[in-house]
Write a protein that binds this ligand. Structure first.
Ligand SMILES: Nc1ncnc2c1ncn2[C@@H]1O[C@H](COP(=O)(O)OP(=O)(O)OP(=O)(O)O)[C@@H](O)[C@H]1O
Length: 532
């Protein structure tokens, strides 16, 4: 009986291979359709004969766009953004497309090269070089400005800390239950809303708890976008500002208690540079009213924003407003934001020991006993985010921060995609994220919360060996090609690492989404429960 089913499975496998090869042959004879996106405009180029030659592609682009352009491979989900620099890179991305069941064209993003002798930003407008600030735009005391005017776009939006409508989401079951599930949102770019829908869908099928931010804090306008309600943008009186200033930030360990939403500081001074990521610099800051330290991520903006960029900035602001209501001891607390014409400053809880990536760079790979402890804390954070329908999207050592008590917390959740879109000219830095990306995301699927679990597997390899899998490959195209085509992720652990660790990592690297474990079940894995 068992033999029969093994034979019929094998036959089915052969049939599928045959069909796949047939389809591949047909595709290959049909030539290759290329779609290009430049400055938000999509065009379909001629169908190219195979094998596609990079010189032919470049010539065609030059003829169409009349300028030299850099070429990036992308997918319909907008998550992949990999420079195509050589014929080898192009061959690999064509192979990725050919092995994809539903894709008929190769999608390319085109960008003006950073070294181009061209002072326009690609939209035909002049833009200041990255990091340029207008005269007099240094960081400053903001209190006087805040109370002086009504708020328009680009001004500081003070938090109404006295209103209950901003009470935060904590682990309190009661508070979660008061929130309503809402899948409609900001459109394709809004990760909490749209990705939440994916995660939520799955959660609700599994009957798990879930919820999202209070409906009353997000107003839908006719075109389906959302905006912060006017009531949150009103000017506060000096007495209200003073009352708010007397209040301390919520404690990170106040898990489980009903909390008010944390707030951005009103008066601050910028301190040292803490670090620089792909999409902005992070500074230490001092709250001049409470004396507390916090971190501030600065995202440079183009002063002459086109409507799409303005929408993206707005979506990011709304996302921060939303995310700051989520409090948990394993996530870095968002506090709020400040925006002016040239930059968006995102305020966060300060983690005084930096990231685990920094720790690994300084002290080398992490011993398994400690890696288990860190992994458990990361999973607690992920479990909280996923229960609240937030997909992190960028789990890696650089986004796990540590304080001097040894607590680690997840940072950069939810906002990463908006920031990346806003800073797309710097997207060659995608390379830093490529080794952590789940195969289904490379194949063009929407971010599902289980993609975070795959990335966790790469992060545990990073803990134990000092690097994620495939870090030795020379470019991001090769990395993503290997992730989608390898049956089994290629990594080698130090000999002293246990079999339990290997099993845990392999569980994270399960290809089938339904079989890939979630954060709660991984918390029950022996890697997390057993002491070494
Ligand atoms: N809340 C924080 N507290 C203390 N240090 C921080 C905080 N956030 C970021 N940092 C420091 O700033 C560095 C840069 O952070 P950022 O989030 O911009 O980039 P990244 O996560 O390192 O890389 P990428 O942009 O590719 O995700 C971090 O590596 C860390 O050292």
């Amino acid at each position: 009986m068992e033999d029969d089913s093994a034979v019929s499975n094998a036959l089915r496998g052969l049939e599928q291979d045959f069909e796949r090869n047939l389809r591949l042959n047909e595709q290959q004879q049909a030539g290759l359709r290329v779609k290009c996106e430049f400055n938000g405009e999509s065009r379909v180029l001629n169908t190219f004969a195979r094998p596609l030659k990079l010189t032919d592609l470049r010539n065609e682009l030059q003829a169409r766009y009349k300028r030299r352009l850099d070429i990036y491979f992308t997918m319909p989900n907008g998550e992949i953004d990999v420079p195509v620099l050589s014929q080898d890179d192009l061959d690999l991305v064509v192979r990725i497309i050919d092995h994809h069941q539903n894709l008929r064209s190769l999608r390319l993003l085109l960008r003006v090269p950073p070294d181009a002798d061209d002072t326009t930003d690609g939209n035909g407008r002049c833009s200041p070089p990255p990091g340029t600030l207008p005269p007099g735009a240094e960081f400053h005391d903001t209190a006087s400005q805040m109370t002086a005017s009504t708020y328009s776009e680009g001004e500081f939006i003070p938090e109404d800390r006295d209103t209950d409508s901003l009470s935060s989401v904590s682990e309190s079951r009661q508070s979660l239950d008061t929130f309503q599930i809402r899948a409609r949102g900001l459109g394709s770019r809004a990760s909490v809303h749209s990705d939440s829908a994916v995660a939520m869908d799955d959660m609700s099928r599994r009957g798990g708890p879930g919820g999202t931010f209070p409906r009353r804090n997000v107003v839908h306008i006719d075109d389906g976008r959302a905006s912060v309600p006017r009531t949150m943008q009103r000017t506060r009186t000096p007495a209200e500002v003073a009352a708010a200033n007397r209040r301390d930030f919520p404690r990170a360990d106040s898990l489980g208690s009903a909390q008010r939403s944390p707030a951005a500081p009103d008066n601050w001074k910028q301190g040292d540079l803490l670090g620089q990521g792909a999409f902005g610099k992070v500074y230490k800051c001092h709250d001049q009213d409470s004396g507390r330290l916090f971190a501030m991520k600065v995202v440079q903006l183009d002063a002459n924003q086109d409507p799409a960029t303005s929408r993206e900035v707005k979506a990011l602001e709304i996302e921060i407003q939303t995310l700051k209501k989520f409090s948990h001891e394993r996530i870095v607390q968002y506090l709020g934001y400040h925006q002016d014409a040239y930059r968006l400053c995102i305020f966060m809880e300060y983690m005084d020991c930096g990231s685990l990536r920094d720790e690994i760079k300084r002290f080398g790979p992490i011993r398994e006993i400690l890696a288990r402890k860190y992994t458990r804390m990361v999973l607690e954070g992920l479990s909280f985010l996923h229960r609240n329908t937030i997909v992190h999207r960028d789990i890696k050592g650089a986004n796990i921060l540590k304080d001097s008590q040894g607590n680690v917390k997840l940072s950069d959740f939810g906002s990463a995609k908006h920031i990346k879109t806003l800073q797309s000219a710097m997207s060659t830095k995608f390379a830093g994220t490529a080794p952590y990306i789940a195969p289904e995301v490379i194949r063009g699927k929407k971010y599902h919360y289980k993609a975070d679990i795959w990335s966790l597997g790469s992060t545990v390899v990073e803990f134990l060996t000092g690097h994620p899998p495939y870090h030795q490959l020379e470019n991001a195209v090769s990395v993503i090609y290997r992730i989608v085509s390898d049956q089994k992720v290629d990594y080698t652990l130090p000999s002293e690492v246990t079999e339990t660790a290997r099993q845990f990592i392999d569980a994270c690297f399960t290809h089938a989404l339904e079989q890939r474990p979630d954060a709660d079940s991984l918390l029950r894995h022996r890697f997390c429960t057993e002491a070494l």
